[in-house]
Unconditional design. Structure first.
Length: 130
């Protein structure tokens, strides 16, 4: 069975020409002055939390899909925000925060959804599925 990471890589490779997608790691770590101890441990002096990623629940891949506006704005292009929550082909549930994030992106005019394959990602991003 393919892993979530494998699905994510397949999507990034397959859609690289159609959408600009970045890995969005959400989490908390610690920063400060680092000292390495003789036993191999690390000591962080003056620790401060570092929050990474957009928002708890935001998609694993975020970015945009460029579309061309017609007919009154012929030739102009705009970037439509895109957020994909990646899950492995079988199993994996979305959290309340992930569902709320996707719903809010869609309500704001963006493209968002939970995907388990390249075909599902193309569908969410409204790309031709061949």
């Amino acid at each position: 069975m393919q892993s979530e990471h494998g699905v994510q890589n397949d999507i990034r490779i397959a859609l690289g020409r159609d959408a600009t997608l970045f890995r969005n790691n959400v989490g908390t770590g610690w920063v400060g002055r680092v000292s390495r101890l003789k036993n191999g441990s690390i000591l962080i002096d003056n620790p401060r939390p570092l929050h990474a990623g957009l928002f708890k629940g935001s998609g694993d891949l975020i970015g945009w899909r460029t579309i061309t506006i017609t007919p009154e704005m012929v030739g102009q292009q705009i970037a439509v925000f895109a957020s994909l929550e990646i899950k492995k082909p079988t199993g994996g549930r979305t959290s309340t925060e992930q569902s709320t994030w996707s719903e809010n992106v869609i309500k704001a005019g963006g493209l968002a959804g939970v995907v388990r394959s390249v075909a599902e990602a193309k569908k969410v991003l409204a790309l031709d599925v061949k």
